[in-house]
Write a protein that binds this ligand. Sequence first.
Ligand code: GTP
Length: 352
Amino acid sequence: MIDPTPIDRNPTASNVPEADADAGPATTGRHVVPGPDVGARDRALPAPIPIAPESFKSGFIGIVGRPNVGKSTLMNQLVGQKIAIATPVAQTTRNRLRGILTTETAQFIFVDTPGIHKPHHELGRVIVKNALATVEAVDVLLFVVDGSVPAGGGDRFIAQILQRADVPVVLGANKIDRRAEVDAEAIAASYTELRSDRDWPLVDFSALTGSGLDALLAQLDERLTPGPYYYPPDLVTDRPERFIIGELIREQILLHARQEIPHSVAIVVEAVETTPTIANILATIHVERQSQKGILIGKGGSMLKSIGSAAREQIQKLIVGKVYLELYVRVQPKWRQSRSQLADFGYAIEDA
Ligand SMILES: Nc1nc2c(ncn2[C@@H]2O[C@H](COP(=O)(O)OP(=O)(O)OP(=O)(O)O)[C@@H](O)[C@H]2O)c(=O)[nH]1
């Protein structure tokens, strides 16, 4: 289902840099994510949000689509940095994440929604109503389908919801790098059915290779209306660095031990201590059973080492200076119960 959280369009301290409140942003070359709330006191304050010229356009673009069609990969490509994790495991995305792309003339705020999937039971009116409320909270909808195969029942289910939305919809066919010529006709026919009588423009692209993304941005840009900078121009996400780090660790757990750890894990990034040249990161992976701890640590610590070094490599792309990552695994049988409390502290706690 769609997360019905309303969008806060107010460019105030509540949604702009969580870093604004207490710390400067962590600079990552051209891009910036809001900084951690520890060890960052010496950083420069972020630049204020500029006043946009009259011709400037901005808006919220909801990326919707079935699980695994490539929404997170697309978001990362569009903002030019990995902020959302993407794995072959369906429903990797558990939370709402915003990716921000600011050009000379426009600011695109992408809202990555967890994949909408058809409920197994009869679809209730309330569910459709909630879904509609969410899709209408954005200015433009980008409906992503897996363009390497004809659209299916799951896509048609979403299309029916979108047909009732009042905001413009752009249909994006992703993964065209995988599309075989022979399938082109069947794929085109399936899109005609998806669009019904709606005039949704269709853009073919590959989020993986980046091909077709300029055309996609042009289509989205055409549908934006004049508006302010909602975020500072150099920010790429509204989530704090600590959250992204937790997600990057979770991604490696999913990639390394998904078969063995079918249950949830919780990642708590305990500390991010940075100097201009080094970032020391301490994170705890909470599991529910002793056996899971054994699997995650592996023989002689080999599994944890692999997860740690792969995660470190990803985190390194986000942080200036050398990254040291220390991972601990802790058995906490009832971590779910404390989830809301931990979330209050701003820790990244996600289902894996
Ligand atoms: N070949 C190819 N693979 C892609 C492309 N885009 C995404 N993928 C792959 O598709 C898989 C799913 O991508 P995600 O970005 O996690 O998909 P998602 O829609 O965010 O998935 P959920 O989190 O389940 O909603 C990953 O293995 C990606 O590498 C593409 O353009 N071409």
